[in-house]
Design a protein around this ligand. Structure first.
Ligand SMILES: *Cc1c(COP(=O)(O)O)cnc(C)c1O
Length: 411
């Protein structure tokens, strides 16, 4: 068969262009990472040709002997990695995984407690524009304005008052560890199901550098492509008592055929995360985030909660006289990718909020250490200061290319 280059030179060249952008840019988007060539080989394999609706040993199509082995390997490795009782590795991505959980354990209109979006939560945790907010009655808890942290006594107060069917713990933009045990105690007090969405920190949990909710929580969802460094996808883990409902909620509940090529990539990523090197990687991600946050704070940047326990930080850019969007645009000019973000109690609009979210999962994968992370903070600061000076920005761009050459990625 013909190669991509022979069939479609345009797409081939665009992929090459994107590979260059990744190779010579600094990736600070907290939800992104660089997956291994091994994962990409699996994800780009003939497994994409197969239909295998159903589960291992119970498929609605023939010819699934090999796929069954692939899926079983992914399940076994996921269970070993996180120590969960049951794993469904078929979710196409994080939001679909969460839909499947809601379908499995809730009825439309049921009450759920979740973290507010502009306080670090995720759209699929009950935002009004998302299916979760339309179908279910989400009540939200917040972070404290003074500390930027979740106050568990307040979560308990809300839980006792609201009596939710489920309590959801998890975030997309919160830089502190969650007290999983306390969430579980509160849920038990009001008879609620516990769900954790560890999409952002799954790699840090798999690397055993921060605590896991798996021993305590009924259900745990995660994407596989953020700190976990696998292909774009998700998994649902749960206690045995929820296994049947979760599996049914996903298929036939809301998905059709699984993406077997991606699931093979997940199996490879789980194997990689089981290696001792991954524990070192996860530790370095946090060290780098703390080095970067420390340097930014030293230079007068306000970081929500004044630091980080994980891979990410939310910076209040108004402390430097720019909006999150202005900062994102300025950094883009020198080849740094970041994402604007609302901050708790933000007075600006979501399309142009006050915050900028930064993360170190990707730069750590390409070998940046703490000194490099301090350099990146320095570059960020100089870029913000010189944001209207194209000559200075061009010089900074050259520095970044040199830094990237020092830590080659795929090339
Ligand atoms: C990223 C994320 C998701 C959604 O994942 P997609 O794969 O983009 O659908 C869900 N929950 C949380 C907490 C996330 O951070």
């Amino acid at each position: 068969m013909k190669s991509l280059q022979q069939v479609d030179a345009k797409i081939a060249s665009l992929i090459e262009k994107e590979a260059d952008r990744q190779e010579f840019g600094i990736e600070l988007i907290a939800s992104e990472n660089y997956t291994s060539k091994a994962v990409m080989e699996a994800a780009g394999s003939v497994l994409t040709n197969k239909y295998s609706e159903g589960y291992v040993g119970k498929r609605y199509y023939g010819g699934n002997e090999v796929i069954d082995e692939v899926e079983q390997l992914a399940i076994d490795r996921c269970k070993e990695l996180f120590g969960c009782e049951h794993a469904n590795i078929q979710p196409l991505s994080g939001s679909p995984a969460n839909i499947a959980v809601y379908l499995a354990v809730l009825k439309p209109g049921d009450k759920v407690l979740g973290l507010k979006l502009d306080h670090g939560g995720h759209l699929s945790h009950g935002h009004p524009v998302n299916f979760s907010g339309m179908m279910y009655n989400f009540v939200q808890y917040e972070v404290e304005q003074a500390t930027g942290r979740i106050d568990m006594d307040k979560v308990r107060e809300i839980a006792l008052r609201e009596k939710p069917k489920m309590i959801l713990a998890g975030f997309s933009a919160y830089s502190r560890n969650l007290d999983w045990k306390r969430f579980k105690e509160i849920a038990d007090e009001v008879g609620a199901i516990t769900m954790a969405d560890i999409s952002h920190v799954a790699g840090l949990i798999a690397g055993k550098v921060i605590d896991s909710p798996v021993p305590y929580f009924d259900i745990v969802t995660t994407t596989t492509h953020k700190t976990l460094r696998g292909p774009r996808g998700a998994v649902i883990m749960c206690k045995q008592a929820f296994a049947k409902a979760i599996d049914k909620g996903l298929f036939p509940g809301m998905q059709g055929g699984p993406h077997d090529h991606i699931n093979a990539g997940k199996a490879v990523a789980f194997l990689e995360a089981l290696q001792p090197e991954f524990h070192v990687y996860a530790g370095n991600v946090i060290k780098n985030a703390q080095a970067m946050a420390g340097e930014l704070m030293k230079r007068g940047y306000k970081i929500i909660s004044d630091g980080t326990d994980n891979h990410l930080m939310v910076v209040d850019m108004t402390s430097k006289g720019v909006s999150g969007k202005e900062a994102e645009v300025a950094l883009e000019k020198v080849g740094i990718s970041s994402s604007r973000s609302t901050i708790p109690f933000d007075t600006r609009k979501p399309m142009d909020p006050s915050g900028l979210r930064l993360g170190t999962a990707a730069i750590t994968t390409r070998g940046f250490n703490e000194a490099d992370s301090v350099t990146v903070a320095d570059i960020i600061d100089r870029t913000i200061i010189a944001r209207n000076d194209d000559a200075v920005l061009a010089k900074i761009r050259e520095e970044i290319v040199a830094l990237c050459r020092k830590h080659p990625l795929y090339k």
